[in-house]
Design a protein around this ligand. Sequence first.
Ligand SMILES: Cc1ncc(COP(=O)(O)O)c(C=O)c1O
Length: 370
Amino acid sequence: MTVRFNSRLASIPGYTPGVPKGHSAEDVAGSDLVQLASNESPFPPLPEIVEAIAQAASSMNRYPDPDATELRRMLADRHETDPARIAVANGSCEILLAAADALLEPGAEIVYAWPAFSMYPNLAAMSGAREIRVPLAEGEVHDLEAMLAEITAATQLVLVCNPNNPTGTYLPVAEIRSFVERVPDHVTVILDEAYIEFQQQDDPDDSIDLLADHANLVILRTFSKSHSLAGLRVGYALCSPDFRAAVDAVRQPFSVNALAQAAATEALRHGDRIQRQIESAIIERVRVEAGFAELGLATADTQANFSWISLGEDGAEIEDAVVGRLAEAGIIVRPGRLLGGPGWLRASYGTAEQDDRFLAALAEAIREHG
Ligand SMILES: Cc1ncc(COP(=O)(O)O)c(C=O)c1O
């Protein structure tokens, strides 16, 4: 007998990991591979966080707190809100998937910019909703006016990624405010701020003020990038109590494991030092972007912890060769064609030494193939 899977399965896009096939994250850590393909922090978690994880490990015979009470209380304090307005999950991806589960169904519509985060297409594929992808405007930025024009009575969900992955481009909060004000109330707007800490145009918490006036707004944050905790996965939403209840209803109970809860609560006690790591990434951004300019490569105006690098007019033809040449030099970047942008590369910032290796190998690859 042949197993018959449901009809949605075939349309769910698979995730291509940043770590090369046949390697694990541990291989990367113990080797001189330079892993710049997943927008991770190059810094290990702070020693106090590692210690908190080690301590939590001794209680692994118990299930974790299903409500992540302490973590939600600390996040509520940090954002001056109520814990009832904080949903936590196994990475902000889990909240995106929960939103699809709770809001979408066949006949519903979801609107998002493209290229944007590679998970967004999964939401439509898993729910059977119709997706409307709105091309980025000039400068690789969200075209908010065009997105507004796509909203209909059937629209259930609009996703705005700010700063945008893979382009790194950022829209000031004033523009987000004007957009959210014009989105009808029946539409949930998810503002995905996975990289918000790396932008330097606004206070990273300015967008949170919008929640007071817009019950249909959800802001997503993650500990994966700025807090060096990608391996544990903790994401959260600042949202209405109703949205939080919906996420909790559809996600797996205990989805934020005990080590992740211990790590994230400890991380919140060290905001100043984490801020210094974020600043190191921003300094690296300036230096690496200058390196691209020296090589004659145009980039999108990034406000994130990665760059979106154009390989020029014939970029799509040389993309694989350049990525392959970099891989031979032990440098892993993300080819744009996997992210909806053929002819581009996305590369996160590493340590200064790793970035120097990347720039040297890129210069070589461009000389050979450009
Ligand atoms: C825009 C964006 N949102 C959300 C995530 C998910 O992060 P996590 O599920 O690890 O919290 C990512 C990760 O790459 C991302 O780029």
